[in-house]
Design a protein around this ligand. Structure first.
Ligand SMILES: C[S@@+](CC[C@H](N)C(=O)[O-])C[C@H]1O[C@@H](n2cnc3c(N)ncnc32)[C@H](O)[C@@H]1O
Ligand SMILES: Nc1nc2[nH]cc(C(=O)O)c2c(=O)[nH]1
Ligand code: SF4
Ligand SMILES: [Mg+2]
Length: 210
């Protein structure tokens, strides 16, 4: 394939820069504890200084991979597929999600919402970031809002987003991992005082699984 042909097929979402794929247990948020197959698509320019997958940022180092091949593999592992990254919405997700849906799979996304929503989703987890705010449409579509708490000002950021999100959306606060000893007790107090929120822990990190 020429460079141009590859670039065109990436643009269509037929090829995606695949960083890794793994079968594990959803560690975070509403589906914590559910076995799921994770597909991590490379590429992100949001630039969170505490990001736990910085290796994902540069799309160029992750091989353009056939969406059909990703799906053929995924079906072998789980009925629940989580698309994450990187920032998956940097890419056109319509092709990948229609292939996954055609296999009868439940398709979830982890996203910052910083790019336009594409694709067909059974579950959208929106984790907004200050450096690049979500595009407006996703506030109507998200099933779960998961705000990362790195410092005290993030509680106010969380409330700003709760005020914009649809009323059926579940609300979660999750400590940034490196400050968990300090922030988790504050989140516990906050959730008890503001019970529309729930706490999300990165349980896979406590369990030492991917
Ligand atoms: C690595 S991101 C990839 C998906 C997308 N770019 C996003 O940020 O939602 C997956 C999830 O991990 C969260 N996350 C990333 N680094 C984290 C950290 N150091 N501590 C806690 N959560 C983190 C993100 O907020 C997001 O909910
Ligand atoms: N077990 C596990 N659960 C997760 N939930 C969201 C993750 C992500 O990086 O998007 C993640 C992850 O990397 N591992
Ligand atoms: S948006 Fe997600 S992948 Fe991108 S830097 Fe932030 S946490 Fe990492
Ligand atoms: Mg992760």
């Amino acid at each position: 394939m020429t460079k141009e042909a590859t670039a065109n097929r990436v643009k269509l979402g037929e090829l995606l820069p695949l960083m890794e794929e793994f079968y594990t247990i959803q560690g975070e948020g509403a589906h914590t504890g559910t076995p799921a197959y994770f597909i991590r698509v490379g590429g992100c320019d949001v630039g969170c200084h505490w990001c736990d997958v910085k290796e994902s940022w540069d799309a160029a180092i992750h091989p353009p991979t056939e969406a059909t091949a990703i799906v053929a593999n995924a079906v072998k592992y789980s009925k629940t597929i989580v698309i994450t990254g990187g920032e998956p919405l940097m890419w056109d997700m319509r092709h990948l999600t229609s292939l996954l849906k055609a296999e009868g799979l439940k398709v979830h996304i982890e996203t910052s919402g910083a790019y336009e929503l594409s694709g067909e989703w059974d579950w959208i987890c929106l984790s907004p970031k200050k450096r690049m705010l979500p595009k407006p449409r996703i506030y109507k579509e998200a099933h779960e809002l998961k705000v990362i708490i790195f410092n005290k000002s993030d509680f106010a950021f969380a409330e700003e987003h709760a005020a914009m999100i649809n009323e059926d959306c579940e609300l979660y606060l999750q400590s940034e991992w490196s400050v968990r000893d300090k922030m988790t007790p504050l989140i516990v107090d906050y959730v008890m005082a503001n019970p529309k929120w729930k706490i999300s822990l990165q349980t896979h990190k406590y369990l030492n699984i991917p």
